[in-house]
Design a protein around this ligand. Structure first.
Ligand SMILES: NC(=O)c1ccc[n+]([C@@H]2O[C@H](COP(=O)([O-])OP(=O)(O)OC[C@H]3O[C@@H](n4cnc5c(N)ncnc54)[C@H](O)[C@@H]3O)[C@@H](O)[C@H]2O)c1
Ligand SMILES: [Fe+2]
Length: 375
């Protein structure tokens, strides 16, 4: 087993100013961010670098069109280093800006163009979810062969940022709903990598378990003290999501992500929420189909953290999550009965990199059952 433990340098700073000084943010640097993050945290520093605001190119998660528009607005030779400061969407767009433009965006995602790194990339997450700051994936909404939109991950170790800078204070302006959705996404990264049947490494479990512990302790505090309880725990949340990213970079995500991608791609459900909509049911199925594998250890782990019996672990976990974010049936996101079969086909056709990591074989029948029961 060969393991690249952590490729990027990891830093933690108290303020944006401290970060800017340390990395010598300057002319030639391209800072990709949102104006509503720039204004409270960066504007005052009056630095000479170029700022590009994602929202000028469309709202929401990255799509082929959005990336193509950013490429045409920002010349390939107009910058020497990329600094991505934002949520997972910004991180993933930053990854594309760090590449040589060897083909169209579509060609890159469908593996028809070569991935060639052109510029150094510094990643500064402002949500506590995706772990994208340490991973080798960039996710975008694309049109597949049938012309349907779905989400696809472009995977290459060349996408791993060169440096990760955690600045917990940047999370202060993140509203509670996207905060909660991103924290649940990180929890799912920790869990999917923990249950990964064949790709676990020497350290993936270490990082995954610590991420789950930190996030659930945060959820317990918010459950007891209300949403504002997160403000004393932002450092732990952003550290946990980075740990969960390190865990799934090694061990991989699985069923939850595979099944949530068509949902996110078609109905523009935020990534963390679309995962959450499927997460509890997927764990239930894992437990019913193969109760004496790693899921038994997982239930013991949850029981230890939450102080319950292993038999009640999945229910207790779901009840705690419900106190953070209300679980909605898929139909409330626009999902229809016809989507059950269509999405099942899309998962098997487009998400094999995730399907292969499923804790139990992810056959079509099981996918249909999970979508139907979440409908
Ligand atoms: N590359 C990977 O490894 C990986 C893994 C999982 C998910 N993803 C991708 O990441 C994206 C989801 O990322 P996310 O959950 O971080 O959501 P996001 O980037 O979409 O951000 C959620 C919302 O919060 C806003 N926001 C972010 N930081 C803020 C702040 N500090 N203050 C105020 N508002 C703020 C954003 O503008 C957005 O409206 C999806 O596109 C998903 O596919 C990538
Ligand atoms: Fe995720």
């Amino acid at each position: 087993m060969r393991e690249i433990l952590i490729k990027p340098e990891l830093h933690k700073f108290k303020t944006f100013e401290e970060f800017a000084r340390e990395i010598s943010l300057k002319k030639g640097d391209l800072v990709l961010t949102n104006e509503f993050i720039y204004t409270p945290f960066m504007k005052e520093s009056r630095l000479d670098c170029a700022y590009v605001f994602q929202e000028k190119f469309g709202a929401g998660e990255p799509s082929e069109e959005m990336i193509a528009d950013i490429w045409s607005a920002v010349g390939e030779d107009s910058y020497t280093r990329v600094v991505a400061i934002g949520g997972g969407a910004i991180m993933d767009l930053g990854k594309l800006l760090s590449l040589k433009r060897t083909g169209s965006v579509h060609d890159l995602y469908f593996k028809k163009a070569e991935v060639v790194k052109a510029k150094p990339l510094i990643a500064v997450p402002t949500t506590c979810g995706t772990g994208s700051e340490v991973t080798n994936i960039s996710v975008a909404i694309v049109r597949d062969e049938a012309g349907k939109t779905t989400k696809l991950g472009l995977v290459s170790d060349l996408l791993i940022p060169d440096a990760v800078c955690l600045i917990p204070a940047l999370l202060k302006t993140l509203p509670f709903q996207p905060f909660a959705a991103s924290a649940i996404d990180a929890l799912i990264h920790g869990v999917e990598s923990y249950l990964s049947p064949s790709r676990a490494t020497l350290t993936s479990e270490l990082f995954g378990v610590r991420a789950v512990e930190l996030i659930l302790e945060g959820f317990r505090r918010i459950g007891d003290g209300g949403p504002d309880a997160r403000f004393d725990y932002l450092d732990e949340f952003i550290t946990a999501s980075c740990y969960a990213g390190i865990a799934f970079l090694q061990a991989g995500c699985a069923t939850v992500h595979a099944m949530s991608f068509p949902l996110g791609g078609t109905y523009h459900v935020p990534h963390g929420e679309s995962n959450y909509a499927l997460f509890g049911k997927v764990l239930e199925k894992y437990d019913a189909i193969k109760p004496d594998g790693k899921i038994a250890d997982f239930k013991k782990l949850i029981a230890r953290i939450l102080g319950c019996d292993p038999e009640n672990a999945l229910k207790t976990l779901a009840a705690l999550e419900e106190r953070i974010l209300h679980l909605k049936p898929l139909r409330e996101y626009g999902f229809t009965k016809e989507d059950i079969g269509l999405f099942a086909d899309s998962v098997l056709q487009n998400q094999q990199r995730l399907v292969v990591n499923s804790y139990v074989p992810l056959i079509r029948e099981l996918i249909v059952e999970i979508y139907s029961e979440c409908y």
